[in-house]
Design a protein around this ligand. Structure first.
Ligand code: ARG
Length: 461
């Protein structure tokens, strides 16, 4: 070992690390985000080591005081991060030895950076999943509140982006409630897999010290302890599962964004977004651009990309730990940060969405949206559905030729298409008639949506 070789592992080396290799291999620029979790893990590890008498009480105290000092250096921005020390773990350990000497060198007893980093990421993700779910819950409540306010607001429902049947805006919003509720549940269900402790697995095979893993897990609040040391140091399923859940959330936010972008355009004018969430154009004074939904839609790509990165990162790795795994952090952190800010900004924006009821209503009438109701009406009068479909198709063709909506037909006009049609047809094909008739679980009638809101509120209490 020369004076220039790494002080934490340089023993068997004759040459110092190439300068660019150092830069290439260093992760401290990004894994310092794990610093406080790394300290938390070290506190638990050292406490356990002293309880099983691998460390003395006075060594433990020196380690704890040193870690405490490092924590305040980090939080106050005074910690001197060095790429010569490669990663967050070695930066902290080396500083600890600077502060307290011999005891600092003993902290790593019975531990490896392999189980250490796996533990840090899990601690990090555990916290952030809770934070993300808090924002998701706000978003869910905001959707319920807006759905309640807009329960009687009629709009066209679309298939193929063609006006299909009238629905209420409340019903439409509750569709997003369902999507985000599944996302919320998925994150909650994944928590127990994240909350599993790898510490004690050491490099790959476990350790010869008399460690007490149950105790370390108890201190760190882990619900489970990993059952196989090889798996524990190399498993990143929990991160991939998160990245996948994050991709689903972004995909849902992106669909919602796409609708908000369309709906806030002059061509739709269904909603107006709050000024505080939009920007103007430097050249076109009339513009109000829906930047927030556009950005959210745009950020979906990187979150999906992060999932693909992590899957690809893992697919060729033999057991157990490989340096490849250092590449897990940036995609994971990026998905965490992106998803957190996107959910949060939607939770803030949704309560401020204003529906343009008049335009939604006008649009709901266009495009013969109650044609299905006319067919259903004929079925109730005894026609088989296929025949009714044909009759209505011809009526719609006549409407298009004469530039008339079905509601503008006279009774005589209707009767030319089928003599069973009576004056009660006008109620059946009105927008309100159409909506109120879909009165079953999952249907668009305001009565059902009112119930769905109640059920929804109870489900996220
Ligand atoms: N910086 C490394 C990582 O992120 C820590 C583990 C290093 N372990 C090793 N055996 N080189 O994965």
């Amino acid at each position: 070992m020369t004076s220039e070789t790494n002080q934490l592992w340089g023993g068997r080396f004759n040459q110092p690390t190439d300068e660019f290799v150092k830069i290439f291999g260093a992760s401290v620029s990004f894994d310092k985000a794990l610093a406080l979790y790394d300290i938390e893990g070290s506190i638990a590890h050292a406490t356990m080591l002293s309880e099983v008498e691998v460390l003395t009480e006075s060594e433990l105290n020196e380690i704890l005081n040193g870690l405490d000092k490092i924590k305040s250096e980090i939080t106050s921005g005074k910690f001197n991060w060095s790429i010569d020390l490669e990663d967050v773990h070695m930066n902290i350990e080396s500083r600890l030895t600077e502060i307290c000497g011999e005891p600092g060198k003993k902290l790593h007893t019975g531990r490896s950076r392999n189980d250490q980093v796996a533990t840090d990421i899990r601690l990090y993700l555990r916290d952030h999943v809770v934070m993300i779910n808090q924002e998701l819950k706000k978003l869910l409540n905001a959707l319920l509140d807006l759905a309640e306010k807009e329960n009687n607001t009629i709009m066209p429902g679309f298939t193929h982006l063609q006006a299909a049947q009238p629905i209420t805006f409340g019903h439409h919003l509750l569709a997003y409630f369902e999507m985000f509720k599944r996302d919320y549940e998925r994150l909650q269900e994944s928590y127990k897999r994240i909350n599993t402790m790898p510490l004690g697995s050491a490099a790959l095979a476990g350790t010869s010290y008399p460690i007490n893993r149950e105790r370390t897990a108890e201190i760190l609040g882990f619900e489970r302890i990993s059952q196989n040391s090889l798996d524990a140091v190399s498993d990143r399923d929990f991160a991939i599962e998160f990245a996948s859940n994050a991709s689903l959330i972004m995909m849902h936010l992106s669909r919602f964004s796409e609708e908000l972008v369309l709906w806030s355009s002059a061509q739709f004018e269904f909603v107006s977004l709050p000024d505080s969430f939009c920007t103007g154009s430097s050249i076109m004074p009339q513009k109000k651009n829906p930047d927030v939904p556009e950005l959210v839609r745009g950020k979906t790509g990187r979150v999906t990309g992060n999932l693909v990165s992590l899957l690809t990162l893992m697919k060729g790795q033999p057991l157990a730990y490989n340096k490849d795994n250092q590449e897990d952090k940036e995609p994971l952190f990026d998905s965490v940060e992106t998803i957190y800010s996107c959910v949060r900004i939607f939770a803030d924006m949704v309560p401020k969405i204003e529906a343009n009821k008049q335009n939604m209503l006008i649009s709901a009438i266009k495009g013969y949206t109650t044609a299905t109701d006319l067919a259903d009406y004929l079925v109730k009068k005894g026609l088989p559905f296929r025949d009714a479909h044909d009759v209505v198709g011809r009526a719609v063709a006549h409407g298009i030729d004469s530039d008339k909506d079905l509601s503008e037909f006279s009774l005589d006009e209707f009767q030319e298409f089928n003599s069973n049609i009576d004056s009660d047809v006008f109620d059946a094909i009105s927008l309100e008639g159409s909506i109120n008739s879909r009165d079953h679980l999952g249907g668009t009638s305001p009565k059902q949506i009112f119930n769905a809101i109640k059920v929804g509120r109870n489900s996220i209490k």
